[in-house]
Design a protein around this ligand. Structure first.
Ligand code: CTP
Length: 398
């Protein structure tokens, strides 16, 4: 995956440094050549001997050593990417202010390659205004700062500040220098938006779906290299150059999706498909007569269920469940009854989440029983999380 790539792994003094060993192993296994550079304090957290053995290269630490000092410009030029993981609060502050009192900082200041950093610190330090200011400064300087995870921290407290897992950092490295995209060659069909069920030529019933989530998914799957086809309800269109077929009714969406389904590797039913349509839609405008009007509805075809029944081997089916109550139980039930691989639960009980918002809060229910809750995020970030989940599910299937 990273054959021939040159990676400089910077390690600073943080308890998370033990995970750098795993990251180093992943990098070496993926074919990269890795050189490790440490701050002097990092030696207390992880053994240079282990890092030298695993990387097959001498670990660079000491600014006083003449041979190593001469190398700092060359190291920054040698690398295709400089990955600082973990990035401690101290090194963050030094990088933000341009200090250069160790070799890692000297290499940072002379690096000509992309630099990414995975911070690790206690939650209070992570939330401190100084840390936020320093992170913003580094981002302005073009450094890619990875988000932190929530969980158990070195202090024994639980909160935000855990360094990302080595697999997450790997993904980012691959995205930046891998030269290929993780979903290249995969065909992904995404439905988006509402459907319109016609009463007569001038009226219809529908729902509040705007298609924002489906379009965000289309964009992120496209970014990940997939060949994306969107089947969208009325009024929903992507500003990007993504193949889109617009349909009106649930019946039309069913026909379009089913006719394209067998070619797809992944199908995501993000559309809010009407569950009922009119049994006898009029072809002339219904005139106002009696004080009440009764129109008979009939069930539409459940597209996701039909896809679940005809699912081809290796194909991934992802559905959404929009719930106002009993979210978890309903999502689990839908996962089973529709033979889906994943159901993304959207609860209208969560504020700033659902139709029309630019943010969303989801929980993913996977076929293997795993439940993955996510924070409230922008729909683009949510879509990126779903891309990552999809990649994990594809890898699990293979
Ligand atoms: N869905 C579908 N075809 C339908 C209705 C829904 O493919 N006719 C899909 C949606 O796109 C979504 C999933 O099924 O991915 C769940 O939709 P949702 O409306 O939450 O649930 P329903 O199955 O329609 O059940 P209910 O409305 O009773 O919750």
């Amino acid at each position: 995956m990273l054959e021939g790539k040159k990676i400089l792994l910077g390690i600073t003094a943080s308890i998370a440094a033990y995970k750098s060993i795993l990251l180093l192993r992943l990098l070496v296994k993926s074919g990269a050549e890795v050189k490790v550079i440490m701050t002097p304090g990092a030696k207390d957290f992880v053994s240079p001997l282990v890092l030298a053995t695993l990387s097959g290269n001498e670990v660079v630490i000491d600014i006083q050593n003449d041979n190593q000092w001469a190398n700092h410009v060359m190291l920054g030029r040698w690398a295709d990417i400089f990955v600082i993981a973990p990035l401690s609060c101290n090194t963050l502050a030094k990088m933000a202010s341009g200090l250069c009192d160790n070799l890692l900082l000297a290499v940072y200041l002379s690096a000509t390659c992309p630099v990414i950093a995975a911070p690790a610190m206690d939650e209070d330090m992570w939330r401190h205004a100084t840390t936020k200011r320093n992170l913003t400064l580094l981002q302005k300087d073009g450094i890619d700062i990875l988000p932190v995870n929530k969980g158990e921290l070195g202090s024994g407290l639980t909160g935000e500040g855990r360094m990302q897992e080595p697999e997450q950092i790997m993904k980012k490295i691959i995205q930046i220098i891998g030269g290929f995209k993780l979903l290249s060659g995969k065909k992904v069909l995404i439905t988006a938006g509402p459907t319109h069920e016609h009463i007569d030529p001038v009226r219809f019933i529908s729902n509040h779906s705007t298609g924002k989530m489906g379009l965000a998914l289309a964009e992120q799957f496209n970014n990940a290299g997939a060949e994306v086809l969107v089947i969208a309800g009325p009024g929903v269109s992507s500003s990007l150059n993504i193949s889109t077929i617009n349909v009106l009714s649930a019946e039309q969406m069913y026909n379009e999706v089913m006719s394209k389904a067998s070619e797809q590797d992944v199908i995501i039913m993000a559309a809010a498909v009407a569950d009922y349509t009119f049994l006898h839609p009029g072809n002339k405008k219904i005139k106002k007569k009696d004080s009440s009007l009764t129109l008979e509805l009939t069930k539409t075809k459940d597209i996701l269920k039909a896809l679940g029944t005809s699912k081809k081997k290796g194909q991934l089916l992802i559905g959404f469940a929009l719930e106002t109550n009993n979210g978890e139980a309903n999502a689990k039930e839908k996962l089973k009854s529709k033979n889906a691989d994943c159901i993304i639960l959207n609860s209208l009980e969560d504020t700033s989440s659902g139709f029309g918002y630019d943010t969303n809060k989801i929980t993913a229910f996977l076929k293997n029983g795993t439940i993955v809750p996510f924070e409230l995020k922008s729909k683009m970030e949510v879509a990126n999380d779903i891309v990552n989940l999809t990649i994990e599910m594809i890898n699990e299937k293979n």
